[in-house]
Write a protein that binds this ligand. Sequence first.
Ligand code: SAH
Length: 506
Amino acid sequence: MFFVGAGPGAADLLTLRAAALLRDAEVVVHDGLVPAALLDAVACHAERIPVPRTQETGDDPGEATGRLLARLAGEGRTVIRLKGGDPSVFGRLAEEIRPLREAGFQFEIVPGVTAAMAAAAAAGMPLTSRAAASSLTIVTGHEADEKAESLDFSRLAEIPGTLAIYMGVEQADKWSRALVAAGKPASTPVTVVSCCSRADQTIAQTTLGECAAAFERCRWPAPAVVIVGAVAEASQAGAALTGRRVLITRPEGQGSELAALIAAQGGTCLHLPVIAIGPPISWEPLDRAILEADRHDWIVFASANGVRAFVERMRLARRDGRHLGSVRFAAIGPATKRALETAGYACDCMPSQFQSEGLLEALVGDRGDELPAGSRLMLLRADRGRDLLRRELEAKGHEVCEIQAYSSRSIETIDPTLLATLDREGLDWITITSSAIAEAAGRLFGDRLRSWKIASISPVTSATLRAASHSPTVEAREPTAAALVEAIADHEANVRESDDRACGVC
Ligand code: SAH
């Protein structure tokens, strides 16, 4: 019997031990904080039993779950009690353990990433700092009422450090007033992270004095964790994107680099994927190509997704570098190169311009004669997108084996309540990081694209946007996440400067 921390929601924030146990479990008893997708991602085939947070019978929900666990363990099955975040933080662990102990069952606790840690990481800030916070206090905001046994927030105000408030949104009015009344400055920075690590993660910046009104106005979806203290300002102070809301549209699980860069500039990130990456229609062409890899001169990767597919299929075919002969690897840009290197493969060629034209030039040289005539290239790419590289290489007499290593499909619809929230709260920027995303975003967001500022990753993406009559406000100077955020931040800094100049008083 195992109590296992599921982390904040993203499958890749599970510990390795948790993932291994889940793969072998027979029964998983989980609460609502744990997304089903996480269990699917670790190939968990166990019976899944959801348990409610509250009990209608008036029975203690923790004790009731503990009795259920004891019964299941008594049947001799491998039981996992899976809890959001870390099992020992606000998880009624004590109550659930009691019936197990009474029945004489052994158990193990596997820790997980608790919400405060995941939230601080998402917002690009520390929870403690030598200069500003030498303590971290984790509290529940749910007890901020006048009951005698409740937490005394006025005393918490005296602790010079960071407060991480769980379950705090509903009672924000009470605890924030109590903290301010006890002397914590109303200007104390507050960061709120809602749905941390999930597709619809939102990170917002406010102050202690204003947070209750902000929660009321914005109604960020639960669960949300609130971090109060000087650390909440550490990464945001004077940042160009403070107060700006930026939408990330990249596929699920691929928005974190952009999110961290935006958060580091003080912006509020929202993540609504408009395309999804999946397996190709058939693995057969890639599997066959892998068996013949050593007969090629180059394997060319047009994206990190291609690298991931290649590495995984190599692994399943029980192949490694010994089977690759003298084949060399080319990557379209730094993220693809990083993916190769992380998997233990060196990258022999990366262009200075991170797009098909640049890759072509890097392979064939300025005069087009560096690649020996009749070279054999394997090109790993999505099932849609430009085919410039293949056409040009073939035109130069090379043999190109183009393989669909993954599929990219547009998301059909966006949850109307999420769209309504976007409309209500407003959005400053939408980031468009490929032509496929440009097309999907145009279809899903329609005329909203005319009122939001558009940040485009490359001239090719900008051309796709323009073809649909959407004009990008900024374009990254090179197609990387860092350059995209830099372009947004530069634009905002210019706007601020001209606003300041226009203000006759200052
Ligand atoms: N055991 C969990 C906490 C359970 S209490 C943990 O260690 O994280 C439930 C509270 O946790 C929520 O009200 C919210 O404050 C916080 N929380 C859990 N998951 C979260 C997430 N993905 N994003 C933001 N807050 C989260």
